[in-house]
Design a protein around this ligand. Structure first.
Ligand code: DOR
Length: 448
């Protein structure tokens, strides 16, 4: 009897670990079961991918979805809806919610809230605090845990590991790669007076200056080496940090964000005001060029959107009372496809930065590559589609993007999560949210 499949993708250009090939992809029970000619195969559903490019499902390894406690900015449903509308199939969400995600109970609460409400697969970071530092080895192995997150400098929320002693205690507890926001708290406190009431948002990168980031990254690399613990340094912003990290490949991996690759000071602050305010700040064009060089050279391991929504009203408060952060999970794929079309990076490099890289760094089980046996997660894009990023396309509760009005070439056409077509032509295809916890090699299987 002929094999039956749940889904067959036909006629697309499929980016596999061996390069881009014209092939069909067959899916059964949420997994990829074959690449080849499946045009005549019996399938419950067929998706015609003629003229389209099929990428491994994009994994956004840094988002803030604000639930519980800050649901007026975003929640797990709206944030994950924005993700799949933008072509993202899985997210790793940050712990600076209210309450903080810093215990087995708060992690279990997020997983329970995600069930039947999140449109994409998901995992949640556990925030490191002085109080839970010695329990992190146990916490990081819980099902659904993405790993541990450290804030070395104060940002949105109350998470902080300011001193080297606590940093060493945190890094000594556990084995998985730890994700770190590297800004030096003592220096931030010392320079806070630079942004007294009435200061312009243009001074945000003077307060949280390059040295704040460089110092923290230096301290982090030293403590990571001393404890033998691998770290992942989030949203790198300076050329100097890239130099330091190029010499720290034994212990550290590197993330950059689409916004640091796209915007530059001072123009962004003049054009966007506090909408361009984030931590670490958007810096000048020379640093932005250094980030692109690090994309080209291979130094950058992954992209993360640092989707950090705040409402327009909150952003309208006068600086420095305006909160830091901008949404980005929905615009990551279009912004980067546009750069692929401009020749700034290859499609293969984009796949490594958004899927295979995450799988490698975080030990994700069965995602990140289009290969038999892996989850059937696909980001299906039209590289030739020219579109404008418009406000009415955005699903985030924040309701704005620093990139509205921007014209891009390259657009997500369909999002497939474990064989379910979740988004097609800009709309959700069902009313049933089916996101599941991401599985990791280091944790017990949450789907079991
Ligand atoms: O700008 C930022 N916003 N940086 C962070 O580190 C946190 C984020 C947020 O949660 O708003």
């Amino acid at each position: 009897m002929a094999e039956r499949y749940d889904l067959v993708l036909t006629g697309g250009r499929v980016v596999t670990p061996s390069g881009a090939v014209e092939t069909d992809v067959a899916v059964r029970d949420g997994r990829i079961v074959g690449l080849g000619d499946f045009r005549t195969a019996a399938a419950a559903e067929t998706l015609d991918c003629g003229g389209l490019t099929v990428l491994p499902g994009v994994i956004d390894s840094q988002v803030h979805f604000r639930e519980p406690g800050l649901e007026h900015k975003e929640d797990l449903e709206s944030g994950s809806r924005a993700a799949v509308l933008g072509g993202v199939t899985a997210v790793m969400e940050m712990p600076n919610t209210r309450p903080l995600t810093d215990s087995p109970e708060t992690l279990a609460d997020k997983l329970a809230r995600a069930r039947d409400r999140m449109w994409c697969d998901h995992a949640f970071f556990v925030g490191a605090t002085p109080a839970n530092a010695d329990r992190l080895a146990e916490l990081e192995r819980l099902p659904g845990a993405a790993g541990v997150k450290i804030f070395m400098g104060s940002s949105t929320g109350d998470l902080l590991v300011a001193d080297d002693g606590t940093l060493a205690r945190v890094l000594a507890s556990g084995h998985r790669r730890v994700s770190v926001h590297a800004e030096d708290e003592p220096r931030l406190v010392e320079r806070r007076a630079l942004v007294a009431d009435g200061a312009s948002v243009e001074s945000h990168p003077d307060w949280r200056d390059r040295e704040s980031a460089i110092r923290a990254t230096k301290r982090l690399i030293a403590t990571a080496r001393a404890t033998g613990r691998p770290v992942h340094v989030l949203h790198i912003t300076t050329a100097e940090e890239l130099e330091l990290l190029a010499e720290a490949r034994d212990i550290a991996t590197v993330e950059v964000t689409p916004q640091h690759l796209t915007l530059a000071a001072p123009d962004c602050y003049r054009a966007l005001g506090t909408h361009a305010q984030m931590n670490p700040p958007i810096r000048g064009a020379a640093d932005r060029a250094a980030l692109w060089d690090a994309i080209a050279s291979g130094l950058v391991d992954v992209l993360g959107s640092d989707h950090a929504p705040h409402t327009a009203e909150e952003k309208a408060r006068p600086y420095p009372d305006s909160p830091s952060g901008m949404p980005g999970v929905q615009t990551l794929v279009p912004l980067l496809l546009d750069r692929v079309n401009a020749g700034w990076l290859t499609l293969e490099r984009l796949v490594d930065l958004t899927a295979a890289g995450q799988q490698r760094l975080f030990g994700i089980t069965g995602k990140g590559r289009i290969v038999r046996g892996y989850d059937a997660d696909f980001t299906i894009v039209d590289l030739s589609a020219e579109r404008e990023i418009t406000q009415d396309w955005l699903a985030s509760k924040s309701g704005w993007s620093p990139f509205t009005g921007m014209r891009v070439k390259g657009w997500p056409i369909a999002t497939v999560v474990r064989g379910h077509i979740v988004m097609r032509d800009g709309a959700l295809t069902s009313s049933q949210a089916r996101g599941r916890p991401i599985r990791f090699d280091a944790t017990a299987d949450p789907a079991a």
